[in-house]
Design a protein around this ligand. Sequence first.
Ligand SMILES: Nc1ncnc2c1ncn2[C@@H]1O[C@H](COP(=O)(O)OP(=O)(O)OP(=O)(O)O)[C@@H](O)[C@H]1O
Length: 247
Amino acid sequence: MADDVHVVYKVNGAGARKGGATAALSRLFTRGPAPGMREVHAVKGVTFVAYKGEAIGLIGTNGSGKSTLLSAIAGLQPVARGRIYSHGQPSLLGVNAALMNDLTGERNVVLGGLAMGMSKQQIRERYQSIVDFSGINEKGDFISLPMRTYSSGMGARLRFSIAAAKDHDVLMIDEALATGDAAFQRRSQARIEELREQAGTVFLVSHGIGTVRETCDRAIWLEAGVLRMDGPADEVCDAYERFTSGR
Ligand SMILES: Nc1ncnc2c1ncn2[C@@H]1O[C@H](COP(=O)(O)OP(=O)(O)OP(=O)(O)O)[C@@H](O)[C@H]1O
């Protein structure tokens, strides 16, 4: 659950607005940001409770704070105010999830698995199914090549497959579904369904309202860092569509 969560990015070298000595002095006393330091208040007081078995879509226009909110829930981004409570460790499965480009797909499966807290034994058991699920080897033996030789879609598929191999308490997916071809998207949707049935909670950030309608039962709409609507996926998506078409 998120309780009044605020996330503020501190950006260095953003160019000070007032560089005068008096301004610097008054900043010293008011403990304001240093010169050249600018703050971006990306998430502003978001509160919600997510239950087991729910699949929640996060929607909102570009820069509304969706990815930031997920990073904060995953513990990758500190919160400036408010709190996040969670049963189990939430894992963020993003297109940017850290895999090593110079290592082969095989090594990345092992490293990624370890990073998610799987044991070596579990990785050995699931290795083949991860590779099969990713479909990386459908067009030749790519899994033994370095990841930098993969197309962006292939990389994203492998990331999704590694993360989806583990049963997560809270799984967060950032636009992972948007990549990959239709067959892979069907497989990943089916896997998300399974993860939900195993009583985990799934968060999905997507620009594709269609994916949210299909995979999620609830949606949270963020706009300019503020929670604008939270409710059944269809209702929230309808309202969001009315909002975006009027812009
Ligand atoms: N590392 C960062 N440093 C400073 N500001 C950032 C950083 N990352 C994001 N922001 C700012 O935070 C705000 C929210 O960004 P965020 O990426 O969370 O939005 P989003 O809803 O996921 O956007 P998109 O739909 O484009 O992916 C934006 O104003 C963005 O400029």
